[in-house]
Ligand binder design. Structure first.
Ligand code: FAD
Ligand code: NAD
Length: 402
């Protein structure tokens, strides 16, 4: 038997954990494992709202891939995927072609703009380390402009966040902490700065626990966030958003879109069939019509058989999928029974900035404030432990509640 070639695309939660598990499932001589990523680092997507607000340093969210994946076991390719050719079992990179026997796609998400006019061109998105850093720098640039321009408009200091799902809520929570620091640095009264979170649905975090929603809204409005629900963004201009049936125009110096995500566009462009922006994989996590291609994380929908609806795309699921994916690739190589993915929901905890957070754990037990914040840190540190053991926790972990 020739050595099977396993190629993993993307070093996010799904890609990193799958690669790690593959090195445990296969002895070095049993498989040739390749991990492709556009950066030489892995980043904590779940911390990007903090990078975007400027409440943590960019480097805190980055982990060098070679710090956690042994380059003697895994061929680490620092390059960008351009297109996948599943019928030819090839992946086109910017600088070369790769051939595979088994493929794992973990290329993550990109913003879904739902065709809203001007969104693509004029709104920032919390999508990668580089894009998040740009938001941080842009906000600070607007403060700087405000101090140097003659007769500056207060609109420069208005930040609009479109969408109040978990990303939007977590981001405005960080802004509530960061803006007072910037006001101090630039000597600008806090009341000149507006942070407006615009949500189309009846409430923020639609579908989430009502008490926790109420807690989050209270915590955020108390710290100066203007939350506008039942308000749909219809259009985005260079310096304004247009909302509602009345087409109200709200001017802003910074516009950030957190209104939804879809699979990395490479997946659709490579011919995989998309349903609402992602690929419906089977219960073994494989793509329709391609038994040797696994699609994980934010590129895929996995059906919850109990509700008949797909699980929401989260890091928690991406990490759990890695175990099943690595097991199933071994099974395809050596025989045995394929495992079906079953989501073990450990809860949802969201940070609201500083020492504020809220969420549910395990069986729906609710947590608020400092207790929730500590739990959020435990969740983050647990992932670091799974990925890189105690040394990574010591290097990058979160120990203080804020
Ligand atoms: P990603 O983590 O996005 O990784 C994709 C990887 O692919 C990246 O390393 C990227 O560089 C690489 N890549 C992309 N394109 C290419 C290319 N062309 N070539 C090569 N490499 C490429 N979920 C939770 O469970 N808990 C949370 O608390 C939580 N908080 C969040 C906070 C924020 C601000 C956001 C935005 C999301 C949050 N999520 C959270 C959701 C979670 O981050 C995603 O579900 C998760 O990142 C999906 O993992 P992934 O491996 O599919 O993709
Ligand atoms: P989302 O799709 O969950 O939320 C987007 C929000 O934008 C929705 O509330 C939607 O009603 C609103 N929206 C859409 N179009 C709009 C419009 N035109 N005008 C105004 N509002 C509009 O997206 P997300 O918040 O980026 O989350 C993506 C995934 O990541 C989810 O699965 C989420 O659970 C997960 N996530 C989890 C956490 C956590 O667990 N702490 C944090 C962040 C993200």
């Amino acid at each position: 038997m020739t050595t099977p070639r396993i190629v993993v695309l993307g070093a996010g939660y799904a890609g990193m954990m799958t690669t790690k598990r593959l090195t445990q499932q296969f002895a070095p001589e049993e498989a040739e494992i390749t991990l492709v990523n556009k950066h030489n680092y892995h980043y904590q997507t779940t911390w990007l709202h903090e990078v975007a607000a400027g409440t943590i340093d960019v480097n805190r969210s980055r982990i060098m891939i070679t710090d956690v994946i042994n380059p003697r076991r895994v061929n680490i390719v620092h390059d960008s995927v351009v297109k996948i050719h599943p019928d030819d079992k090839q992946v086109e990179l910017s600088n070369s072609m790769l051939e595979y026997d088994y493929l794992v796609i973990g290329l993550g998400f990109e913003k879904a703009t739902f065709g809203i006019q001007g969104m693509e061109e004029h709104a920032f998105s919390i999508q990668s380390v580089d894009k998040s850093r740009m938001i941080r720098d842009h906000i600070e640039y607007q403060f700087s402009r405000y101090k140097t321009e003659e007769n500056p408009s207060d609109d420069l200091l208005t930040i609009i966040v479109g969408g109040a799902g978990f990303t939007g809520i977590e981001f405005v929570g960080e802004l509530a902490e960061r803006i007072p620091q910037l006001c101090k640095k630039y000597d600008i009264p806090r009341n000149r700065v507006k942070i407006i979170n615009i949500e189309a649905a009846e409430t923020v975090l639609p579908g989430f626990d009502e008490e926790l929603i109420a807690y989050a809204v209270h915590s955020l409005t108390d710290r100066g966030i203007d939350i506008r629900t039942k308000t749909m963004i219809k259009e985005v201009k260079k310096d304004a958003v247009i909302v509602g049936e009345e087409k109200e125009e709200i001017k802003a110096g910074t516009i950030v879109w957190t209104g939804g995500v879809q699979a990395n566009r490479i997946v659709g462009e490579s011919g995989f069939e998309l349903t609402k922006g992602k690929v419906n994989v089977d219960s073994t996590l494989r793509a329709p019509n391609y038994d040797n291609v696994f699609i994980l994380g934010d590129c895929a929908w996995v059906m919850n058989k109990e509700t008949g609806r797909p699980y929401p795309p989260t890091a928690q699921i991406a990490i759990q999928e890695a175990d099943v994916c690595a097991h199933n690739i071994r099974t395809l190589v050596f025989g045995g029974t394929l495992r079906e993915f079953k989501f073990d929901n450990k809860g949802t905890v969201a940070s609201l900035g500083g020492s504020e957070a809220m969420g549910t754990i395990f069986d729906g037990h609710k947590l608020y404030g400092l207790q929730a914040k500590m739990m959020k840190n435990v969740i983050d540190d647990r992932y670091l432990f799974m990925l890189g053991g105690p040394s990574l926790v010591l290097k990058k972990g979160k120990f203080r509640p804020f």
